[in-house]
Design a protein around this ligand. Structure first.
Ligand SMILES: Nc1nc2c(ncn2[C@@H]2O[C@H](COP(=O)(O)OP(=O)(O)O)[C@@H](O)[C@H]2O)c(=O)[nH]1
Ligand SMILES: [Mg+2]
Length: 299
């Protein structure tokens, strides 16, 4: 057996290809929230997979996209910064489709970055479960050509298929090094931040297009008592009409959000939780550097 290997790996790919799902499968627990809405991941999230032989630190980045708002700018900045500190790049693509324009843009960014620094590149061709047999060769070849590498693995992140094989490919290119995090650490996010994210995930998954982009969650109070954790959080929206939708008839909708989020946060923390949710209207919060700072989206 060789020396211990450890390093940071950036997951790069257009929105919705399964980067967060892949990271959670690698870590073995949900550390990055998942939805079918683009731009779910708003800040850099770290997920850690440690065995006796290696530690892979995955960096799940917000996708690069047009920055019209302060939130968009902060997300792009984080994606770029993530690239500066890493030991390898895992490009994630949706192999059930032929690569399109967003993939081209990301490939160009990766090519430019590798010109400055020869970083190892691994292609994770995900959503293999939705890949039609007659398209396999065509799509796989197109991704390999686009990225200039045939170092790829076909995966189904939702079923953890070939995740172990992908991990082996990653470990092969990591430097021999001591672990960067303790053996039990799964993420560098605070429990407080994760609790807010879980609430946001439920909103993303229970509402339609307009609401998700207009929503943020801030944790206002966090007190740990011997047998229970008490949390008060604000759900921030941009308009009174959005507030009305989230609250629902006689508070039924927000109750549903609270119940499903609470169960997941309790699982994460291993302790009962009292979750007190409020909905607040803050016009144009996505333009406000102060609120983005409060949300930790600029860190
Ligand atoms: N069919 C299928 N769906 C997947 C797979 N991986 C992720 N998804 C789904 O794709 C959507 C986006 O996933 P997410 O991890 O949030 O993508 P991200 O934006 O790249 O982080 C979610 O609805 C996932 O459940 C996969 O391997 N197969
Ligand atoms: Mg994501």
């Amino acid at each position: 057996m060789g020396e211990f290997r450890a390093g940071q790996v950036a997951l790069i790919g257009k929105p919705n290809v399964g980067k967060s799902t892949l990271m959670n499968a690698m870590v073995g627990q949900k550390v990055s929230i998942v939805s079918d809405k683009p731009q779910t991941t708003r800040r850099r999230i770290v997920g850690i997979s440690t065995t006796e032989d290696y530690q892979i630190v995955f960096v799940d980045t917000p996708g690069i996209h047009d920055a019209h708002t302060a939130l968009g700018k902060a997300m792009n900045e984080q994606a770029r910064r993530a690239l500066a500190e890493i030991d390898a790049i895992v490009f994630v693509g949706d192999v059930s489709h032929h690569p399109g324009e967003p993939d081209n843009q990301i490939a160009a960014l990766i090519r430019a970055n590798r010109k400055e620094r020869e970083l190892p590149l691994i292609l994770c061709l995900n959503k293999m479960d939705q890949l039609k047999a007659e398209n396999v060769q065509r799509n796989v070849d197109a991704f390999c050509e686009l990225l200039g590498s045939d170092n790829y693995m076909l995966t189904t992140a939702t079923q953890a298929r070939n995740i172990d094989k992908l991990a082996e490919m990653i470990v092969e290119v990591l430097p021999e090094r001591h672990p960067l995090y303790g053996p039990d650490e799964l993420t560098d996010q605070s429990s407080r931040f994760m609790a807010g994210e879980f609430v946001r995930e439920k909103i993303l998954n229970l509402t339609r297009q307009e609401i998700p982009h207009a929503t943020a969650v801030t944790v206002e109070d966090w007190s740990e008592e011997p047998h229970i954790i008490r949390v008060r959080a604000n759900i921030i929206v941009e308009k009174p009409s959005q507030r009305a939708i989230l609250i629902g008839k006689q508070g039924a909708f927000i109750k549903r959000i609270g119940t499903t989020a609470r169960q997941e946060i309790e699982e994460l923390l291993g302790k009962p939780l009292f979750l007190d949710l409020h909905v607040k209207v803050v016009e144009d919060w996505r333009m406000s550097p102060r609120i983005l700072h409060e949300l930790e989206y600029d860190q």
